[in-house]
Design a protein around this ligand. Sequence first.
Ligand code: ADP
Ligand code: ZN
Length: 229
Amino acid sequence: MSFNLVMIGPPGAGKGTQADRVCRAYGIPKISTGDILREAVHDGTSLGRQVKETIATGSLVSDEIMIGVVRERLGRPDARRGFILDGFPRTVTQAKALDEMIDGRGPIIAIVMSVPEPELVRRLGVRRVCADCGTTYGGPGSVTESSGAGRCTRCGGLLVQRDDDNIDVIRQRLRVFTEATEPLVRYYEGRPTFASINGLQPPDKVTADLRAHIETALAMSRAGGRAEA
Ligand code: ADP
Ligand code: ZN
């Protein structure tokens, strides 16, 4: 059965890492709007030029632009049997648009990953990304711990701090999350396919919880069909 997973959580909650693992396990694509936008900025496309400044300040790109980006991506053949969205929806307007886009394409399993703010600030402060391939490296205890050599273990690229991972922009992104994205939890939490997962646990335990919830939600959809409507 195809399924559509939506990962909600503040920056630094570990959505991207967990989404990577789940998409590999189920053979469906991970669609990260942050990655799509950063690639557009890097390539200097017209989308990239439109969003560059917004990303740098930690604000949200307009719903209109984001809905267009996701609509196009979900229309590609590889997304037909399901997908994992990382970073979208981020507003209730985006969530409503998503419901319309995937009408008839199976249930949305919405998962919120919660982590207390001081830990988020700590994680984002030590996070590094490969300038060449984009692989994310965390500090001690994270899934991908950097070797300490300042180089990517996959491609040898230089590890750098993401432009928006500086303390002022981190604070702004956390504020934006509380104001714009937390209402999403209210939007989804009445559905039987919704779950909240404790993102403070060790990464493997988070993955296990995530997969357990997906299996429960899928079994429920198979049995009930109309249960999530
Ligand atoms: P984070 O580490 O904060 O979760 P992402 O990599 O998901 O960040 O996104 C980086 C930036 O891209 C956001 O701060 C925002 O400016 C923009 N962005 C990504 N997805 C969306 C979205 N769905 N709506 C609006 N802006 C978005
Ligand atoms: Zn690399």
